[in-house]
Design a protein around this ligand. Structure first.
Ligand code: VG1
Ligand code: CO
Length: 551
């Protein structure tokens, strides 16, 4: 066939479930290793994008991943399929490496038609770990639900895929090679992302901060954030060598869990709480879109981080004009709502997952957005961006002269503290989790006005969202139990896990009294945790009387 394009039959039995979750298709590496599994998904994607069997001539595809185990194998598979589809150009990150925010940056700056990110984000890597694939469109953002569900439908009906015979394509040297109709260009993974960040922040002020002896410890968790953080913090901003630790992306993330929260980044937390600890700590996740920020002896809650950034955005060059609006995912605390109302700007509440921010950002209705799960970002890209958040904090510390802790305490003083915690119950057998949620949903209509475990529920619902830009509707996005004083319990099942189900329980209570801002978190939230247990009967359904992780 022309240019060595060949048609390969797919197994007649469709592969189990290839329905993308909160953030792309995530499965165990062993699932992805089944012959034809990745090809099936990518053929369905390309068919949906270009029309069944149609060429992608005239289009540019960006390709890269977080460097985890199977990344290199998958990159070769995708190159063979992209060349067979006749893409004009494929831009591959050197070594197969591109962080999630970097893919978004490359798509936008290089005017690509879209990009494929190979990552299971914060999920563990290695041969026994997870792998994943997600598609971002021409705006640089995650595919909307309309596309992902159409791709899923197609994964179930196709019986062959297009590929071509190619010797392994070199991806370790920068430069171009022509394969069939396609120019494959190996690009510097950092350049476009760094260029975007350089336009937003006051690099001189941050440089001066480091020159004054300010000490940062950035833990890249052996994941893809390392090269980016090193290039900017150490290479450009004068942070001393060694500021970025665990900076080399490893295929198994050093056997650790690249999910930046105080549990998984315990070593970093210990450093910041040590006697002579650094002034600020930060960590990013597997694909470097998440961030955790710490002050000396102080942990910043992600929902508070978003609120602090929003409150002070005008101090950062890229946001000097002010914010058009802000958005947060529904389970994220209402701290940013309070800042938005003081600023007189709209605050949108969306379902969990970055894809729901895309339309609002594209329409210019919001400038900053974030999630409780350690994700913050802005209209500079269409993904959350770990390094962006760290630079934002550094910029604020540099120009206000306040420490990380002082900035957060300033937020609490002005707006009260949204005392907040998330409890995760992991690897619950699927049937148990589904029964819990369906019984919970069935109980919703009767809950309003009831007093349960000493708490009176003002109203309860299952969050549904209508996108204000395109009118699309997303239902069943999380059960909310709301009390008269606006305290909340939210329950939902994760869409990113690969083992059984993960139940997430989000607890929030607003505390206006500064004298009570330092009470132990879990103690302050215990009545809400008891309400969650009484209403959802977590122990009855799962046999668990404690969450696996509390953040
Ligand atoms: C989790 C988080 C969600 C985040 C998603 C992807 O989803 O709760 O806020 O957008 O991960 O993040 P879920 O469905 O497991 O709750 V990432 O950094 O893993 O792409
Ligand atoms: Co991530």
């Amino acid at each position: 066939m022309e240019n060595g394009v060949k048609l390969t039959d797919l197994p007649s039995q469709p592969f189990g479930d290839q329905q993308p979750g909160t953030s792309g298709l995530r499965k165990k590496v062993t699932v992805f290793q089944q012959p034809g599994y990745l090809e099936n998904f990518v053929q369905a994607l390309f068919d949906q994008l270009h029309g069944p069997g149609q060429s992608a001539a005239g289009q540019t595809l960006v390709l890269g991943g977080d460097g985890r185990y199977y990344n290199r194998v998958a990159i070769q598979t995708l190159l063979r399929m992209a060349v067979a589809r006749g893409y004009d150009r494929v831009l591959v990150g050197q070594g197969g490496i591109l962080s999630t925010p970097a893919v978004s940056a490359v798509i936008r700056r290089q005017r690509a038609s879209g990009g494929i990110i190979l990552s299971a984000s914060h999920n563990p890597g290695g041969p026994a770990g997870d792998f994943g694939i997600k598609y971002n469109g021409a705006n640089g953002g995650p595919a909307p639900e309309s596309l992902t569900s159409a791709v899923y439908q197609r994964t179930r009906s196709i019986d062959h895929y297009l590929s071509c015979d190619l010797p392994a394509v070199g991806i370790d040297q920068l430069g171009s090679q022509t394969l069939g109709q396609t120019v494959v260009e190996v690009i510097d993974p950092v350049a476009d992302h760094a260029a975007v960040l350089r336009e937003l922040f006051d690099f001189d002020a941050i440089r001066a901060l480091f020159a004054r002896g300010f000490r940062l410890r950035y833990d890249a968790m052996w994941a893809v954030g390392g090269p980016y953080a090193r290039a900017l913090l150490e290479g450009e901003l004068g942070a001393p060598a060694g500021t970025v630790v665990h900076a080399t992306p490893l295929e198994d993330f050093g056997g650790l869990h690249p999910d930046p929260n105080p549990v998984n980044a315990a070593e970093l937390v210990a450093c910041l709480f040590a006697a002579d600890g650094p002034d600020m700590g930060a960590a990013s996740d597997g694909d470097a879109d998440r961030n955790m920020v710490l002050g000396r002896g102080f942990v910043v809650a992600p929902s508070d981080s978003l609120a602090v950034l929003a409150a002070h955005a005008h101090l950062v060059p890229g946001y000097r004009q002010g914010l058009a609006g802000v958005a947060r995912s529904m389970p994220t605390s209402t701290a940013v709502d309070r800042v938005a109302s003081a600023l007189g700007i709209p605050c949108h509440e969306t379902p969990t997952g970055w894809k729901f921010f895309g339309n609002l950002l594209d329409a210019g209705q919001v400038t900053l957005c974030g999630e409780e799960s350690y994700g913050t970002g802005s209209n500079h890209l269409r993904e959350k961006d770990g390094l962006w958040a760290v630079l934002f904090w550094l910029n604020l510390v540099a120009v206000t002269g306040e420490s990380v802790e002082q900035l957060v305490r300033g937020l609490w003083r002005a707006h009260g503290r949204c005392v907040y915690s998330r409890h995760d119950y992991e690897a619950i057998p699927l049937a148990q989790a589904e029964r819990l949620i369906s019984e919970l949903r069935a109980s919703l209509p009767a809950l309003a006005g009831q007093t349960i475990a000493g708490q009176t529920i003002a109203w309860a619902d299952d969050f549904a969202y209508t996108d204000p830009v395109d009118g699309s509707r997303s239902e069943r996005q999380g059960v909310r139990l709301v009390l008269a004083d606006s305290s909340r319990v939210v329950l939902r099942l994760s869409g990113t896990g690969t083992e059984g189900a993960t139940l997430r329980v989000y607890l929030e209570r607003h505390e206006p009294d500064p004298a009570r801002h330092d009470l132990p978190l879990q103690q302050a939230l215990a009545p809400l945790a008891a309400l969650a247990e009484a209403v959802a009967r977590i122990c009855h359904h799962t046999g668990r009387d404690q969450p696996d992780v509390m953040t």
